[in-house]
Design a binder for this molecule. Structure first.
Ligand code: BTN
Length: 259
């Protein structure tokens, strides 16, 4: 059956300017090429040929997904923006709820998860321009994906909105909710941080779990005890000492798998 396509006319009353692309290598890359794009510029597509994930990984982006990036130019230094990616995860959780009536969990730092399976991911990239940060937040959500089109290692842990809800989801509606929530996040960024971060901590299923903290080739077992005010993961190592693990080069796995 022909899937509903993303179409430009659905975004006329969007809070941010949206450009729909038939296909691109990566919406994050495409935004980086638009060096002088204004604050709030959004690109969205239904297929990426070179989608990128965190830690230099590939992000498989077949038809059926919604792949969206927004460019923000916050007027604060990058050091004050550590909470931006966790807030984006909250925004995307809210967007899924607004569109489909389900609120996914968040796996630290920024995977959207439903019943232990990955529904979406977020890649935030920082480009300094004239001393001020230019941030590109890219989100990929499995909307109506045919699971067979995903590589086996991704398929094993993935889920789509269509699988969860049992119905085809309009990607235009989902993308518009994503843009609205990203605009709300932008407005709240420096003034409602504590409220959004409390929502993040409440939705983060990593807290309370035994995890492995992975940095390069090193793995270290810990208990995830909480989330700090910037979205850092508070862990207790096996020797009893505690530490805050920040995003960036570190990822976290459950002791026995993805969660
Ligand atoms: C992850 O799970 O590792 C993050 C995935 C982020 C994927 C999105 S899709 C839109 C944007 N363009 C990309 O190439 N990546 C991000």
């Amino acid at each position: 059956m022909q899937k509903t396509q993303l179409r430009q006319e659905h975004f006329s009353d969007s809070p941010f300017p949206v450009q729909v692309l038939c296909e691109t290598d990566s919406t994050n890359n495409a935004l980086k090429r638009m060096r002088h794009a204004p604050h709030g510029t959004v690109l969205v597509t239904g297929r990426q040929t070179d989608g990128r994930g965190r830690l230099g990984r590939r992000f498989s982006s077949p038809e059926g997904g919604v792949y969206l990036s927004v460019l923000l130019r916050p007027d604060v230094p990058a050091s004050e923006l550590l909470h931006l990616t966790p807030m984006a995860a909250v925004a995307m959780r809210r967007a899924v709820f607004d569109c489909c009536g389900i609120a996914p969990d968040i796996k630290w730092t920024n995977d959207l998860v439903w019943q232990g399976r990955k529904l979406g991911g977020i890649l935030t990239e920082l480009v300094q321009q004239d001393g001020y940060p230019c941030v590109i937040i890219g989100v990929g959500i499995n909307c109506n994906n045919d699971m067979a089109a995903l590589p086996p290692e991704v398929r094993e842990i993935a889920v789509s909105l269509r699988l969860i809800t049992g119905r085809e989801i309009d990607p235009n509606a989902l993308a518009l909710h994503m843009v609205r929530q990203l605009a709300a996040m932008d407005a709240a960024l420096m003034v409602q941080k504590a409220k959004w971060m409390a929502e993040y901590a409440g939705a983060c299923i990593t807290v309370g779990k035994q995890v492995q903290v992975i940095s390069g080739t090193q793995r270290r077992a810990a208990l995830a005890e909480g989330i700090d005010e910037n979205g850092g993961l508070i862990v207790r190592w096996e020797n009893g000492e505690t530490a805050v693990v920040s995003t960036g080069e570190v990822s976290v796995r459950g002791m026995y798998g993805y969660i």
